[in-house]
Design a protein around this ligand. Structure first.
Ligand code: HSE
Length: 406
């Protein structure tokens, strides 16, 4: 029997308990031993829930119990998660987490400690909810140099954008629905402002390139500026707006990463990734293109990924699974040099704006949307961020600007 402790009995923690109860027998076969939850750590009480028998409030009880071999951190946030995970590893216990903030910030250090102690630090659930992506990057795509990772990595924002576009829901109602289904972060600003996607692409990039990609260095834009008018224009172009998190290696010296809404058409592999689903497109220099798809948030899909890590850790109790992620910082290309095509909306009528737009952007494609008046919308040619910002600064009353990958 392998004893484990679950830190946090919120959405994911209760999901982990549920998955182990539901599929305990088959999980034991796969792990080679019975997995027993000895402790659940939480500050709250859960009257009437059988978890009460295992509930503890003091992490030291877990830390000092030599029978506990694995610690599963599903509390979220940096502290006390970081202190708990680090001390668990230093005290000879493998650690598993779903916590993208923790992994993005301290992944390299925690992996190093796990290696030194011949233990494991696993974090499959930190990116893409239930989708296997960390293990494939570490263990399957090892023959390749990764040249691109582009993902829809946040279930909440993908759900909001889908509901705004398909069902005409307004932003706030769609967000409330996402919250009630357990998709959103405790503070949903992390979802809608793009920070959650930013941490996830930082983790994937660090693994892909084997070096530390600091999430603070990644240009990040959320979806709060996307309106129903933008969606009308997207429809007029047979396009959809998705929150993309991308990391692209242009050559040995140049890697750029960014999070931003993107207009895409049906020929893009991520076009059909809707609702809470996430999709991750990976391009390797040998394998070509690979796609990963599945539920990107929610209690049971995320718990499934956590429990898969528990099984892996149980199979490798005294054997480190080597993961390349050094603490050496990868310097990203300055975002100003990154180029895209842009969709731009400017307040005013086409007749009076046309000359100025032509002068700045050359002859552009003007876009019309049913029922939208009093503004001019157009698609630019491919421009760097520096070029677009300079041109935009010369245009009065810009209503919105969305990058395009057609
Ligand atoms: N809030 C996150 C999302 C949860 O919506 O994707 C999964 O990381």
């Amino acid at each position: 029997m392998i004893n484990i402790a679950v830190l946090g009995y919120g959405t994911i923690g209760s999901g982990v308990v549920e998955v182990l109860n539901t599929n305990g027998e088959s999980i034991a076969k796969r792990a080679g031993d019975q997995i027993n939850i000895k402790y659940v750590l939480d500050r709250k009480e859960f009257p009437g829930d059988p978890v009460m028998e295992k509930l503890v409030k003091d992490f030291n009880i877990i830390l000092e119990d030599p029978e506990v071999k694995l610690v599963v951190e599903v509390m979220g946030g940096i502290e006390p998660a970081y202190t708990f995970v680090k001390s668990a590893l230093l005290n000879g216990k493998s650690a598993i987490t779903s916590n993208k903030e923790l992994v993005a910030k301290h992944g390299a250090e925690l992996l190093k400690i796990a290696k030194e102690k011949n233990l494991n630090f696993l974090f499959e659930a930190s990116v893409g909810g239930g989708i296997p992506i960390i293990r494939p990057l570490n263990q399957s795509l090892t023959a390749d140099e990764i040249v691109e990772i582009t993902g829809i990595l946040n279930g909440t924002t993908n759900y909001i954008l889908t509901k705004m576009s398909e069902d005409g829901l307004d932003f706030d109602t769609a967000l409330k629905n996402a919250q009630s289904m357990g998709y959103a972060e405790r503070n949903p600003a992390a979802d809608v402002e793009g920070q959650d996607s930013c941490r996830k692409i930082a983790i994937l990039s660090s693994l892909a390139y084997g070096m530390q990609v600091d999430y603070e260095d990644i240009y990040t834009e959320g979806i709060t500026h996307i309106t129903d008018i933008d969606i009308k224009y997207a429809k007029a172009m047979d396009a959809r707006i998705k929150l993309f998190a991308s990391s692209i290696r242009e050559n040995d010296e140049k890697v750029y990463a960014m999070v931003a809404p993107m207009m895409i058409k049906a020929d893009h592999p991520l076009y059909s990734v809707n609702d809470v689903f996430n999709g991750i497109f990976v391009r390797g220099n040998v394998i070509g293109d690979v796609m990963f798809y599945g539920s990107g948030a929610g209690k049971l899909p995320t718990a499934s990924a956590v429990v898969a890590d528990i099984v892996d850790a149980a199979k490798h109790l005294e054997k480190n699974i080597w993961t390349i992620w050094s603490s050496k910082k990868l310097e990203l290309t300055d975002i100003k040099q990154v180029a895209h095509q842009f969709f731009i909306r400017v307040k005013g009528d086409v007749a009076s704006l046309k000359d100025k737009v032509w002068e700045l952007f050359g002859e552009v494609e003007v876009i019309k949307a049913d029922g939208v008046d009093g503004e001019m919308a157009f698609l630019t040619s491919v421009l760097t961020e520096e070029e677009i910002n300079e041109k935009i600064s010369k245009l009065p009353n810009v209503l919105n600007m969305i990058r395009v990958r057609f």
